[in-house]
Write a protein that binds this ligand. Structure first.
Ligand code: COA
Length: 385
């Protein structure tokens, strides 16, 4: 029997901070309104140069350093995201390339804010069934690119960032012990993000737009989402800890999706536990969707909230509708990685980018020698016609 242990973790936030006061100069809102309704004070915003893939890479590189695992040993990369740059190539493939993880399978997972827990569940099962020996699970988002910055009902909530964990197979009991994944597509319209300009039948005219969506920005029914979230958090946690043969008293810490402090406080009441048992950092990062749980996990470890042998629960909820939770026994202490070794790892990522460029040049060269036009040349020729 293999157990899937979390042996590395890492997160990355863009430098740019957008405060509630900054937002009050953009839309009709205030720091007081946002803070009392959501618990958010500020969030991070990606720079023009940053993408979901670059944020994901930074988080994954930190997690691999912590796990002392060389990228060439990685066997599976899952990126949970709602904000990929491309439908394909997947963000996970871009991360694979940036890391130089030459032996890894890679795919994106779409389950909105529950995506990280879905990914953790998939990866842990792949390890438990010995299909892979290890996996990197990443949650990464650039939500700032898909917000309507004139809609005060949504733009105040979200932020950018990425978090990652490294899972590794071990015969030591523990690690990811139980998962529960759920969905309810009937509530899909309550929180949605159209993938592209959403006009399935252009010849029929704009009145045929799906659900009236005219743009690819987040749309939300805040009250209904609030109600849904407070209902599912407690029931999902109870179901998962029962599967792991535990009770709520056995749980040292719950790391929830960081959407809103009021949602968490309501869930804590339903579970009859103090809200302090939930880790919260939403004040500093906002709702980073799939990235929020691994970012919060990293902060919780940094703050000394997790000790060896603690049972920790992750719980996510969001668009789909989807919700999910996992129970993890936190019992593998990762080795300390020395600074020179970490620097050496960084140099390897630069080498990985170099190798990736070389491969691209080689493909171009083969195209030239074979006489077949490159996609760029084909487009240029088509334009000329
Ligand atoms: N600043 C100031 N006023 C705002 C505002 C803002 N940013 N956003 C909405 N308002 C106004 C509304 O226009 C409304 O005004 P009205 O009474 O004059 O019509 C009033 O505040 C109340 O709006 P309502 O939408 O009922 O507020 P709410 O108490 O439900 O709070 C949310 C709104 C979004 C904070 C809350 O519904 C929520 O947190 N929902 C969950 C959202 C979430 O977490 N989504 C992600 C899940 S993964």
């Amino acid at each position: 029997m293999k157990y899937a242990h979390i042996v590395g973790w890492g997160s990355f936030r863009p430098d740019k901070i957008l405060t509630n006061n900054d937002l009050s100069r953009m839309v009709d809102t205030s720091d007081e309104w946002i803070y009392t309704r959501t618990g958010i004070r500020e969030r991070r915003i990606a720079s023009e140069k940053e993408t979901t893939a670059t944020l994901a890479f930074e988080a994954a590189a930190r997690a691999l350093e912590r796990a002392d695992l060389h990228p060439s040993q990685v066997e599976l990369i899952i990126v949970a995201t709602s904000t990929p740059e491309y439908i394909f190539p997947s963000t996970a493939c871009r991360v694979q390339d940036y890391l130089g993880a030459t032996r890894a399978g890679a795919f994106d997972l779409s389950a909105a804010c529950s995506g990280f827990v879905y990914g953790l569940s998939m990866a842990s099962q792949a390890i438990q069934t010995e299909s892979v020996r290890n996996a990197v699970v990443i949650g990464a988002e650039t939500m700032s690119r898909v917000l309507d910055w004139q809609d005060r009902g949504t733009c105040i909530l979200f932020g950018d960032g990425a978090g990652a964990v490294v899972l590794k197979g071990s015969s030591i009991p523990g690690g990811v012990m139980a998962n529960t994944l759920r969905s309810d597509g009937s509530g899909g319209n309550l929180l949605s993000l159209p993938a592209v300009y959403h006009n399935p039948m252009p010849m029929l005219g704009p009145e045929y737009l799906h659900n009236g969506h005219k743009k690819n920005t987040v749309e939300m029914n805040g009250r209904q989402v609030f109600r849904f979230a407070t209902q599912v958090i407690a029931s999902s946690i109870e179901e998962t800890i029962a599967k792991a043969d535990l009770t709520i008293d056995d749980i040292a810490l719950i790391v929830p999706h960081q959407a809103n402090t009021r949602i968490i406080e309501t869930a804590a009441k339903r579970l009859k536990i103090p809200a302090e048992r939930f880790y919260m950092n939403v004040h500093a990062v906002g709702n980073t969707s799939a990235a929020s749980i691994p970012i919060a996990l990293c902060d919780a470890v940094h703050d000394g909230r997790l000790r060896p042998d603690d049972n920790v629960v992750f719980v996510g909820f969001g668009g789909g509708l989807t919700w999910a939770s996992s129970v993890v026994k936190w019992n593998v202490t990762p080795p300390e990685v020395s600074l020179p070794r970490r620097e050496w790892r960084r140099a390897r990522y630069i080498a990985a980018r170099g190798r990736s460029k070389l491969k691209k040049w080689r493909r171009k060269l083969i195209d030239r020698v074979a006489g077949s036009p490159t996609p760029h040349a084909r487009m240029r020729d088509a334009d000329r016609k």
